[in-house]
Design a protein around this ligand. Sequence first.
Ligand SMILES: NC(=O)c1ccc[n+]([C@@H]2O[C@H](COP(=O)([O-])OP(=O)(O)OC[C@H]3O[C@@H](n4cnc5c(N)ncnc54)[C@H](O)[C@@H]3O)[C@@H](O)[C@H]2O)c1
Length: 327
Amino acid sequence: MIKVGLIGCGFMGSMHANCYKNIEGVEIVALADIRREKAEELQVGTNATIYLDGKDLIENADVDVIDICLPTYLHCEYALCAMDKVKYLFVEKPVALTLDEGKKLLNKAEETGCKVQVGQVIRFWDEYVELKKIVQSGVYGKVLNANFRRLSPIPEWGWKNWLLDYELSGGAGQDLHIHDVDYVLSVFGEPEKFYSIKNLKGEKNSYVNTLMKYTDFVVGVEGTWGLPSTRPFEATFRVVFENSVVENAGGKFMLYTKEEAKEIKIEKKELKGNGNVGGNISDLGGYYNELLYFVNQAKSGGEIEDARLIDGVNSLEFLLKELAFNA
Ligand SMILES: NC(=O)c1ccc[n+]([C@@H]2O[C@H](COP(=O)([O-])OP(=O)(O)OC[C@H]3O[C@@H](n4cnc5c(N)ncnc54)[C@H](O)[C@@H]3O)[C@@H](O)[C@H]2O)c1
């Protein structure tokens, strides 16, 4: 049984708790949130002890792994403490706010031997996992161009509205667009050049659009959280290969070749745990997959080989270069 301590029981903490409750051989034994009622909501169906501050949990709870779902500006401080306590640590993305923090985390991981996974969840999202396989197989020839979009209503759910404070969250660039940046880097590597236009400081029209140039193809990555709440969240992509187009848009994951247009089917696996969230694993998106991977590595004593701490820091570094780019 893997004993989990979860710090931060807000929006993402509650998604993580749902996932852990649906993974066999995992028990949430400790929850921390300075808003006790938030921790109490997630305590249902567990025997978890509640702590108010994350540091109390780190000091006092008997846990095998710690999962940090705190606002981004607190990641580094709490992750540094947690690495002294456990051998496996999960930190939500973006791993930190600054590169300096990222380096501190890397040094601490080396010093303690703690294995850290970052919540770059798109690497574990079914359609994106499939796309990576398609790109790497070369089955449809070379990539000619690609486009990734992530468009969101304004995120107004955060504790004390921390997400809309650029100094605390890094705005739509660091908080939202980093998902696609990290995925693109994981599939295509670093571009030779990039060009970026953005308006990130405004709360309402926070927007970034970056063109990444590779030797013989171009990737466009667009992100905003400037949409009204009536406009549904959108995470889409289109990759044009020599012999096909693979597109995930409008709720359909499609393959277009000269001969046909057909849906790419993703196998839906049934949930096995006792969390009773209903539906199947796909309803928990990549969150279930990334946390299943994390606890499986902790169970087996294995290395974290995807969404590693260094990956999170590298993506942050690229993102910060985009923010510094003068168009
Ligand atoms: N992977 C994804 O798709 C995804 C999606 C949303 C958010 N996130 C990330 O998850 C993290 C959390 O975001 P969120 O949307 O859940 O924010 P949130 O504001 O909903 O939740 C944060 C929680 O932390 C609590 N908290 C604050 N200080 C604390 C402390 N010292 N000790 C204990 N609890 C404390 C708050 O009360 C709040 O409940 C952020 O880094 C965000 O970028 C990731």
